[in-house]
Design a binder for this molecule. Structure first.
Ligand code: OXD
Ligand code: MN
Length: 597
């Protein structure tokens, strides 16, 4: 009888015939396999042991210095029609793309082992989870996939039951940046990645599958694959509301997902539960609410800036069984990065004696990979096959001026416009972006597997009869005063803003209606115990009409780039917002009072 694994076996044989590995190893995900791989990588120098007294089970990996981040220029969406990939993606015709990358794959695994990694994105028993198989010649990728996904025999069994999986073919190749491609063929549920060992380019379950391919699948199947954290906020009454939040890479999703409530909140009984820190798959439930699962099983977080002040939960989860990539080390052979503490590193991320003249000791995009369950605030609901109900969706970026601390969208369509207009200062998570502020709709600019115009229409389609949709908010933790200092303390204190959102969700407070959305009344935002600079709150909650007119114009120009694919409802929404802002009586708006801020 033909088995549902026949297609998988045939594909593995085909890849092996092309790449010519010395051996093929099917990963079972066992402890013994993991120990053997670690030994192998310690021998080859792929992994270096860190201090096993302070950090048992922790290892350091140093990348090729030319391979330390995602590279958007060589990340392609290869749909049959270019317009389906959209102006938001780099595109190549599928036949040309296959030809180009297959030529690189030819014989590239000679002398190497080819690993076959069956994996499941999402809880193994969840109807919303999806499986894939990654073929790779990198044991470092196997070790990371083991942490980041449900990988091995159980995933293979699900694939055998379903007969359906995303095909991911990866080789580190020669690591020559001139021969690097990360290609997606969404219509074939296929990924081919060559020439990079870096996380987002090489751990194919993550950005390639769980965002680019999944977003494409989600469109035709009626769900959403989003670049969002998922966090549960438990109030003193014991009620938990789940919030999904989209911020561009390296803008604090991991910190928000794991935040520790400020002292007074802790005393009153507030708790925070981490469901996910990067990716969220959202499906409408029978009751009309949206339900979310975290397809990942681990965190691949940015190390620099992570400290006991900014994210104590992350620091705790990183003292055992973690892989560190491109961090520095101290004299005690502990992992170290800028912002961690006052110790001095002795070796930088390239293994050189630390010399400040060479730049930061840890690469700005250095990372940790760790099991989700190691996080002290990990929520057992992350394993709930049905997902968690979402009460609020939050969009946010890094904006040093103009954008208020928080505002609420009027309704779903306005919320989609707020997400579509999202912009942020660029960060170190991608090397080749090179502009200061860029539009990053829903924080999905590098990750949407199809035309953003169609994606916005898909988002709008969730507003249907009987839907009980979450409220949508926009936040900006990064507003600065004229002295260049942040106006809002951020980190744990961001719970104050989430509390305001939940009050809005529960109908427990009003808000100031303005053309850009609903802003908090200052008295509804709990600032007890905060020492904000004079006038800071006022600036954080003000609407600067002139600046917003220019912002909306810029959003309009950006969205026009999607031409006919841009939904008319979004155009109308923007037009109405712009008219309202033209017509508004400025003195009725929340004003920025202190001239110094
Ligand atoms: C990530 C990214 O690695 O967004 O999560 O770059
Ligand atoms: Mn991310």
């Amino acid at each position: 009888m033909p088995s549902k694994l026949d297609a998988l076996n045939r594909w593995v044989d085909e890849v092996a015939a092309r790449t010519r590995p010395d051996r093929v190893h099917w990963c079972d995900g066992s402890e013994a396999e993991s120990r053997a791989l670690t030994e192998l990588m310690l021998k080859s120098g792929d992994l270096l042991e860190l201090n096993q007294h302070t950090h048992p089970g922790c290892y350091l990996h140093r990348s090729d210095p030319r391979d330390v981040a995602r590279v958007e220029k060589v990340t392609l969406i290869c749909t049959k029609n270019e317009i389906d990939a959209g102006p938001n993606n780099h595109w190549m015709a599928p036949a040309e793309a296959h030809k180009k990358i297959d030529a690189l794959f030819d014989g590239c695994m000679r002398g190497r082992t080819m690993y076959v990694i069956p994996y499941c994105m999402g809880p193994l028993g969840s109807p919303y989870a999806r499986c894939g198989v990654e073929i790779t010649d990198s044991p470092y990728v196997v070790a990371n996939m083991r942490i980041m996904t449900r990988m091995g025999t159980a995933a293979l069994e699900r694939i055998e039951r379903e007969g359906r999986f995303v095909r991911g073919q990866h080789s580190i190749g020669t690591l020559d940046p001139a021969q690097r491609w990360i290609m997606h063929f969404p219509e074939e549920l296929t990924i081919k990645s060559y020439g990079s060992g870096y996380g987002g380019n090489a751990l194919l379950g993550k950005k390639c599958h769980a965002l680019r391919i999944a977003s494409f699948q989600a469109r035709s199947e009626g769900w959403l694959a989003e670049h969002m954290l998922i966090v549960g906020i438990e109030n003193p009454r014991g009620e938990i509301h789940y919030i999904a939040a989209a911020f561009p890479s390296a803008c604090g999703k991991t910190n928000l997902a794991m935040l520790i409530p400020p002292e007074g909140y802790r005393r009153d009984g507030w708790k925070v539960w981490t469901v996910g820190d990067d990716i969220c798959w959202i499906t409408p439930g029978k009751d009309g609410r949206l339900y979310a699962i975290n397809p990942e099983a681990g965190y691949f977080g940015v190390a620099p800036g992570t400290s006991n002040k900014t994210n104590p939960n992350a620091v705790k989860m990183l003292d055992h069984d973690a892989i560190f990539t491109n961090v520095a080390v101290t004299a005690d052979n502990d992992p170290w990065w800028e912002g961690l503490d006052d110790r001095k590193p002795v070796r930088d991320w390239q293994g050189r004696d630390y010399d400040p003249a060479n730049g930061p000791a840890a690469h700005p995009n250095s990372r940790f990979t760790v099991r989700a369950t190691q996080c002290p605030s990990w929520s057992p609901e992350a394993e709930n096959p049905e997902g968690v109900p979402i009460s609020a969706i939050v969009f946010g970026g890094r904006r040093k001026s103009l954008v208020p601390l928080v505002f609420e969208a009027r309704d779903w369509t306005h919320g989609v416009l707020v997400g579509a207009g999202l912009a942020s200062e660029t960060t170190a998570a991608a090397t080749d972006v090179g502009v200061n502020i860029r539009r990053d709709p829903m924080a999905m600019k590098p990750f949407c597997g199809y035309n953003f115009g169609d994606y916005f229409a898909h988002w709008l389609s969730f507003d249907r009869p009987n839907a009980r949709l979450p409220k949508i908010f926009h936040v900006n933790w990064f507003r600065k005063g004229q002295d260049g200092k942040f106006l809002w303390p951020g980190f744990g204190d961001n719970l104050r803003v989430l509390e305001w959102m939940l009050k809005r969700v529960n109908g427990e407070c009003g808000a100031v209606e303005t053309p850009i959305g609903l802003l908090p009344h200052a008295e509804d935002l709990n600032t007890d115990g905060l020492h904000l600079a004079d006038g800071a709150l006022n600036t954080l909650l003000a609407l600067e009409a002139e600046g917003w007119r220019a912002e909306l114009q810029a959003i309009g120009e950006y969205l026009d780039g999607y031409g006919d694919r841009l939904p008319q409802d979004l155009r109308d929404e923007l037009k109405n917002e712009r008219t309202a802002l033209e017509d508004v009586n400025e003195s009725s708006l929340p004003q920025k009072k202190a001239a110094t801020l």
